[in-house]
Design a protein around this ligand. Structure first.
Ligand code: C2E
Ligand code: MG
Ligand code: MG
Length: 321
């Protein structure tokens, strides 16, 4: 019985015969989004020069869907080491998406994730990432220490899928890896979500014995109170809090306060984006036990991160800086 009042907003662009279809569709989408923000119920024409804020590319979505269904090898993972800042031992690796488009080459992971999130492909993409990372964990099981973990990034939208935990369970079972060796990185937005389905997914993850990590801590809206609500195992301090600490006393003090605050919980603290030895030393002194960043090891294909040499002996594995 509700009355619905439709408001139609249109974005338009003139198309010429020799225009690139990809660019044209991208321009129209950007214009529709802009129209929705400033000209609701109106028609807004595309103005050349505004291309840069195209929200996402429909043809990219088509190509990603094709890759996932027919050419999954295009959608690979690189792995970045997480090191113990005192011993240098590699305690975990983070799986990072690397999609190589057949014509456009390497695609930005953030843009790919954003496009996948906007069209629902994120569920299929997330499953592919999870299964690939778990298979890699199994393949590495004889060359890493018993507490080595695989970190996998998970989009909040994946947790909205009521089947997420069942799929996670099946993927772990199929890979034959212990659930405790898997850590799912979620962002702070997940912590503050009050959606029942997201809460159920988080509980289910805990019941399976899979660890939960908070990614990019310090950039979102959550507080230490939210962290206490869930069985969070690891907190990753965002790169933006780390990057200035070796030059700016104010940045140093801010990072130290965040580390001290998080230290009041019994969680592992991983500092992200460590780019030089001074940053690593400062973080170590602050009490941050673990770190990740270009200085400690860049994301690399699995075989580069843990080369065959490590297979032949049983030294504790540590990544080359
Ligand atoms: P993230 O999870 O916070 O991953 C860390 C990002 O920082 C990675 O970017 C990594 O390459 C980069 N990084 C690491 N160390 C340094 C450093 O010392 N300096 C600088 N400047 N950057 C560093 P990448 O691979 O481009 O990924 C960007 C984001 O895309 C990730 O941020 C994550 O949010 C998302 N992402 C990547 N792979 C996946 C995935 O499989 N699933 C989901 N849902 N998201 C993913
Ligand atoms: Mg991450
Ligand atoms: Mg991060």
């Amino acid at each position: 019985g509700d009355v619905v009042w439709p408001v139609i907003t249109t974005g338009a662009r003139l198309v010429h015969d020799d225009d690139d279809e990809r660019i044209a569709v991208q321009d129209v989408r950007a214009t529709v989004v802009r129209a929705g923000q400033c000209a609701v119920g109106d028609v807004l024409w595309h103005r050349p020069g505004n291309e840069a804020d195209a929200p996402f590319d429909l043809l990219l979505v088509r190509d990603l869907a094709h890759a996932l269904t027919h050419e999954p090898d295009q959608v690979a993972l690189h792995y970045q080491p997480v090191l113990d800042l005192r011993t240098g031992e590699m305690v975990a690796a983070e799986a990072l998406l690397r999609w190589t488009h057949p014509e456009l080459g390497p695609m930005s992971p953030a843009a790919t994730i954003e496009a996948a999130e906007r069209c629902g492909l994120i569920v299929m993409l997330g499953r592919h990432v999870l299964r690939t990372a778990l298979a890699q964990l199994r393949d590495w099981s004889s060359v890493v220490g018993p507490s080595f973990r695989m970190h996998v990034n998970v989009s909040p939208l994946e947790l909205r899928n009521p089947e997420y935990v069942d799929h996670l369970d099946a993927a772990i079972e199929d890979a034959g890896v212990p659930a405790e060796r898997v850590l799912l990185e979620v962002t702070e937005t997940v912590l503050v979500s009050d959606e029942p389905v997201v809460q159920r997914s988080l509980e289910g993850i805990g019941h399976l014995g899979v660890a939960l990590g908070i990614d990019d801590f310090g950039t979102g809206y959550s507080s230490i109170v939210h962290l206490r609500r869930l069985p969070v195992d690891t907190v990753k301090i965002d790169r933006s809090l780390v990057s200035g600490i070796s030059e700016s006393p104010a940045d140093f003090l801010l990072a130290r306060s965040v580390v001290q605050l998080v230290s009041t919980l019994s969680v592992r603290i991983v500092a992200e984006g460590i780019e030089n030895e001074l940053e690593a030393a400062h973080l170590r002194a602050m009490g941050c036990a673990f770190g990740q960043g270009y200085h400690l090891g860049r994301p690399a294909p699995a075989a580069v991160l843990l080369p065959a040499a490590h297979v032949e002996d049983d030294r504790p594995c540590s990544a080359s800086a």
